[in-house]
Ligand binder design. Structure first.
Ligand code: ADE
Ligand code: ZN
Length: 325
């Protein structure tokens, strides 16, 4: 069964490239850059993965991501993930990255985007995989900083950059803070997504729809608390990119029996299954499908529906979608 879930052609739409950094690679990259990580070994880094909430995870995620400095680092990181994703039959990927986490350490934006693009091109050559980039702004940093990074991203004019998102510490940083940033992104022809309703209440999801004009919501777990919002998501065809293993590890849904994803699908919401930060949460995309099968009784037919939905709600071109359906 696990093999057949892995073999379903699917899109991964909620994947932070920094969250795919495995401890061994973090140490290898840190060493070649002369950076010392505040852990003695890859095992010691792994031992720090005892997360109790989103913030306790983010603290480790940003420390490990501090190993990344050069274009080659971003390329190696992304290619390692894309190779692993290919094993799970990921045919299309939209890679999230956090530009502010790196430009704030002096890494040129063009090296970040250049390295990620290099890996996407290599994955296309090797496996025929399609992919693109979504730059996520850190919501606990000032909106003016996000706006400046957006201007720089637009100036780079990368054909791989298809959208913007919003991530990092959620509670206390509502979507409307980034209204103008997302309006500018829309003017520049970029797609818009946002993390919402992971730790914060369903009102953040509604605010992301109204203030940011998002086309998909990342996580959106708390939508289940508002019947009106669930109806609206279904009516407007707004997809949720959900990540069960992440939600378990960060105590969003400590018992996966309570995860709302199948109930939301029954109510007509488009839902996809993704891995978020697989290096940290104990599983890549097929493992996320597998845990839903084990805990919630996902049938083969439902699994195939999730995979089809992932392609449908992706930002792939119509011709690519037609190829994958
Ligand atoms: N950055 C990386 N993973 C994240 C998550 N699950 N929520 C918010 N920000 C993130
Ligand atoms: Zn995420």
């Amino acid at each position: 069964m696990a093999r057949s879930l892995a073999a379903l052609p699917k899109a991964e739409l909620h994947i932070h490239v920094e969250g795919t950094l495995e401890p061994d690679l973090a140490f290898e990259i840190a060493q070649r850059n002369g950076i010392s990580l505040p852990y003695d070994s890859p095992d010691a880094l792994r031992a720090a993965y005892d997360f109790v909430d989103l913030q306790s995870f983010l603290d480790v995620y940003f420390i490990a991501g501090g190993a990344l400095l050069t274009l080659a680092d971003f390329s190696d990181l992304a290619l390692a993930y894309l190779e692993r994703a290919h094993q799970d039959a990921v045919a299309h990927v939209e890679l999230f990255f956090d530009p502010q986490a790196h430009v704030s350490r002096g890494v040129p934006l063009s090296d970040i985007v250049g390295g990620l693009s290099e890996a996407l091109a290599e994955a296309h050559t090797r496996w025929g995989m399609s992919g693109s980039l979504i730059a996520c702004f850190l919501r606990d940093r000032p909106a003016a900083e996000a706006m400046a990074v957006l201007d720089d991203l637009i100036a780079l004019n990368s054909p791989d950059l298809v959208g913007v998102g919003l991530d990092s510490t959620e509670v206390g940083y509502p979507p409307a803070l980034f209204r103008d940033v997302f309006a500018r992104a829309a003017d520049a022809g970029l797609h818009r997504v946002s993390h919402a309703g992971e730790e914060a209440p369903h009102t953040y999801i509604t605010e992301a729809l109204e203030a940011l004009g998002v086309e998909r919501v990342d996580h959106g777990v708390r939508a289940i608390d508002s019947p009106e919002l669930v109806q609206r998501l279904a009516r407007e065809g707004i997809a949720l990119t959900m990540c069960p293993l992440s939600n378990k590890r960060l105590q969003v849904t400590p018992d996966l029996k309570d995860h709302p994803l199948l109930v939301l699908v029954e109510q007509g919401v488009k839902v996809t299954i993704n891995s978020d930060d697989p290096s940290y949460f104990g599983g890549y995309i097929a493992d996320n499908y597998e845990v839903v099968r084990e805990v919630l009784g996902l049938t083969d037919e439902q699994a195939a529906d999730f995979a089809r939905t992932s392609i449908e709600v992706s930002f792939a071109s119509p011709s690519r979608k037609a190829e994958l359906h």
